[in-house]
Design a protein around this ligand. Structure first.
Ligand code: ADP
Ligand code: XUL
Length: 517
């Protein structure tokens, strides 16, 4: 039997999934929720509390504790761990982990009698890891942009962006120069978790590496001007950048305690969005993907590299070769959760009542719900922006009106701000909120596209297992996509919805222009 393991180190959880390509079946899965299962780390939503709303860090030990726990839970399912032939995975993008010179030795000598978190604690030169939700680096972004100029966007795929790793590294160098000097290696979450599995420093792949403002996508190497603009001696602190199809190394003997075979190939990890591109079977151009996880993202494989004229979107490496485009909305699921709490309703209300009791356009009641600083469009001051009736604007409208406004605001913004990526007849949706049929129908109506659901909502985790089977087991990606990522259901636009969203889209275009003035 040849099994393949995918792991996903995301914002709020660590997931594991094992596939059997011969049977075309997922044979086991396990998950660890940081808030519920590891409350000792004080991160109910995966992030440490901080008095500054712009600062969002997580403890890297929490990810290590979650890796130990998810593997023991996977083993407890009774799956034949010894038949796992290769492993790959993905991490939340942009987050970074800082190791001192002891890190290399500690990784190599991992002792199965101790936990990963305990053993690696002395290896961190920066106690906490900035993650993608952080927006504290505006000054550093301006400095990097001034130094590199417009070719930062054309060559690395993005202008300088607060959550990207380069600006985060620059801020660390400026605010903690001694700790920066004491840093021997800087990893992304993805390359860090991969390094732990192999007990040595793993490369960073082109998919996740492109989220750093440091990788030249045209040469496939770190960009000297971007490195110089970020921090001194940075090239020596970064692992090499390599294609996601390469093997990082063999599994460290530490993991034999979970029944895994030491030495099985570990394929380079990538970012969660690039991994989802594979896991939803959209690694060839033509189909767009909407991922409704903690963040909402819209992405697609690109036929040719082009950058966002609005300066919000990105180009990343496609883990199967070439490039992918992406826009990310920080006020995704977490904003929907806030609206749900404020309106004292549940997800079934989002699915039915809210959208049945109101009509497209919401009688002109519009909301742009920025509970935290937003990435797309760039809005640094949080707050819900409302337009419409006096009752609605003072937050007194019925719950159904407020829920529709929040959802229409999110998905009209997504439709308008993804125009540079292209228009798509088919969109695949994934992530936790994709199980909400009300949200999915609204997406079909606003985008005027067929929306396909995939049987496996954890597409990033699945993408890791598929990439392992492809790279190490030589299983063709098309076969894997046909077996694991076929559409389970297609939702078509409601008859008559086309005209219904023309005026609201026009109004949201103006609203968005006003809030970003
Ligand atoms: P991540 O991988 O970023 O940790 P997931 O893809 O697991 O996130 O999605 C988690 C989110 O899914 C939760 O924050 C929750 O708000 C949302 N969610 C779960 N079920 C529903 C539902 N029925 N309707 C809408 N949103 C949901
Ligand atoms: C993408 C982004 C988020 C994170 C967390 O650019 O910042 O989607 O990858 O999911």
């Amino acid at each position: 039997m040849s099994l393949y393991l995918g792991l996903d180190s995301s914002t709020q959880s660590m997931k594991a999934l094992v596939i059997d390509p011969d049977l075309g079946k997922i044979v086991a899965s396990a998950a660890v929720n940081f808030g519920k299962d590891l409350p000792e780390y004080g991160c109910p939503e995966g992030v440490l509390a901080n008095p500054d709303p712009l600062v969002k860090h997580s403890p890297p030990q929490m990810w290590l504790a979650a890796l130990d726990l998810v593997l023991s839970r996977l083993q407890a399912t009774g799956v034949a761990m010894g038949d796992i032939r290769a492993i790959s995975g993905d991490g939340q993008q942009h987050g970074s982990v800082y190791l001192n010179a002891q890190g290399t030795k500690i990784l190599a000598g991992l002792n199965p009698a101790k936990t990963l978190a305990n053993q690696l604690t002395p290896a961190f030169s920066r106690k906490t890891s900035p993650i993608w939700m952080d927006s504290s680096t505006s000054a550093e972004c301006r400095e990097i942009e001034a130094a590199v100029g417009p070719r930062l966007q054309t060559d690395t795929g993005s202008p300088a962006i607060e959550r990207f790793t380069g600006p985060q590294i620059r801020r660390f160098f400026k605010t903690s120069p001694a700790e920066y000097a004491n840093t021997d290696r800087i990893h992304l979450v993805s390359s860090f978790m991969c390094s732990v599995l192999i007990g040595q420093h793993a490369p960073i792949d082109f998919g996740d590496g492109a989220g750093m403002n440091l990788l030249n996508l045209k040469t496939g190497d770190w960009d000297n001007a971007a490195l110089d603009a970020t921090a001194p001696g940075l090239r020596d602190k970064l692992p090499p950048a390599r294609p996601a199809t390469e093997t990082a190394g063999g599994l460290h003997a530490y993991f034999a305690k979970y029944g895994l075979k030491p030495g099985v190939p570990v394929i380079l990890w990538t970012g969660d969005n690039p991994s989802s591109l594979v896991g939803v079977g959209a690694s060839e151009p033509g189909v767009a993907v909407i991922s409704l996880g903690t963040s909402d993202t819209f992405f697609a494989a690109m036929p040719a590299m082009k950058t966002d004229p609005n300066g919000c979107g990105h180009v990343f490496g496609n883990p199967t070769g070439g490039c992918m485009s992406l826009i990310c909305f920080k006020n995704g699921s977490l904003a929907r959760e806030r609206v749900k709490e404020e309106c004292k309703v549940d997800w079934t209300f989002f699915e039915g009542t809210a959208l049945v009791e109101t009509k497209p356009g919401n009688d002109g009641n519009m909301a742009l719900s920025y509970y935290v600083p937003e990435i797309t469009p760039r809005v640094m001051t949080p707050g819900v922006r409302r337009q419409g009736s006096p009752d609605f604007c003072s937050g007194k409208a019925p719950a159904a009106v407020q829920v529709r406004a929040a959802l229409e605001g999110q998905f009209c913004s997504m439709r308008l701000l993804s125009e540079w990526i292209g228009q798509f007849k088919t969109i695949r949706v994934t992530g936790g909120a994709s199980r909400n049929k009300g949200i999915v129908q609204l997406i079909a109506d606003i985008f005027q596209a067929d929306v396909q659901l995939i049987a496996v909502p954890d597409s990033a985790t699945l993408g890791g297992a598929m990439r392992a089977a492809h790279a190490a087991g030589k299983v063709p990606l098309q076969d894997l996509a046909a077996k694991f990522a076929a559409a389970s259901e297609t939702i078509t636009p409601t008859t008559g919805a086309k005209g219904a969203f023309e005026a609201p889209l026009k109004a949201y275009r103006k609203f968005l222009a006003d809030v970003t003035k």
